[in-house]
Every structure is written in structure tokens, then in C-alpha cells.
Design a protein around this ligand. Structure first.
Ligand code: AMP
Length: 114
């Protein structure tokens, strides 16, 4: 299987604007931001998508959400509000098959999503 663009970012083969890293998670700015702040959180271990994470690896969900909370505080989005999104599969709008959590904020976000 060829590497996804996110695995290439993890392996530092592709440059990204990295804003956070810990033992489990890497976070970087989305290349096509949909809000003034748009950051992606990816697990260092490869999982194609939310639905593909086996129970023994469910700990990655807490690592992703905890990292997003830290960055929301660093960027002060916790003071104004933000949205966390995971797009899963074709109907979910997934375009990169490596699990990722979007952090969006810095403007009012409409609901329902398109
Ligand atoms: P999704 O549609 O949920 O699969 O989200 C994939 C996201 O990855 C999109 O918002 C893209 O803009 C973003 N993206 C794709 N390539 C890159 C890249 N090289 N660096 C940063 N973000 C990227």
C-alpha cells in the first residue's frame, strides 16, 4: 500500500505547519483551511478511519481529543468556541484514509453541515 499524504507528513517527507506533537499524536495546519483556525490531529499509528480502529486501540481516541483540547487552549479557541469533526467514509466526506480529527474555529460555524 502506498503511504497516504499524512504518513508522509509523519515521516517528514512532506512539509507541514506542525503545531503540536506528543508520543501518540501529530497536529498540523490544514492546507486548505475552512476557518481561521483549522488544525488536523492524526495518530502516529496508522488507522484508515474512525470505523477501522479496533477496540484494543481505542485509547487513540482519548489521545486525539486531549491533544485537540490543549491546542484549543493554546489558540484561545476555548474562549470563543470551536468544532471537532471526523469525516468517515464516502458519505462522511473523507478524502485522506488516515484517521484525523479536525479542529475548526475563529468564526461562527453554521449548522447543519452541508
Ligand atoms: P477529510 O476530508 O476529512 O479526509 O480531510 C482531509 C484534509 O486534509 C482536508 O481538509 C485537506 O485540506 C487536508 N490536507 C490534504 N493534504 C494536506 C497537506 N499536505 N497538509 C495539510 N493538510 C492537508
Amino acid at each position: 500500500m502506498p503511504k497516504t499524504i499524512f504518513e508522509r507528513i509523519l515521516d517528514r517527507e512532506v512539509v507541514a505547519d506542525i503545531v503540536y506533537e506528543d508520543n501518540h499524536v501529530l497536529a498540523f495546519r490544514d492546507i486548505a483551511p475552512q476557518a481561521p483556525v483549522h488544525i488536523l490531529f492524526i495518530p502516529k499509528q496508522h488507522h484508515a478511519r474512525h470505523a477501522a480502529v479496533p477496540p484494543e486501540h481505542h485509547g487513540i481516541f482519548s489521545h486525539l481529543f486531549a491533544a485537540a483540547q490543549k491546542v484549543a487552549r493554546q489558540t484561545k479557541l476555548d474562549q470563543t468556541g470551536y468544532r471537532l469533526v471526523i469525516n468517515n467514509g464516502p458519505d462522511g466526506g473523507e478524502t485522506v484514509p488516515h484517521l484525523h480529527l479536525h479542529l475548526l474555529g475563529g468564526r461562527h460555524l453554521g449548522w447543519p453541515p452541508g
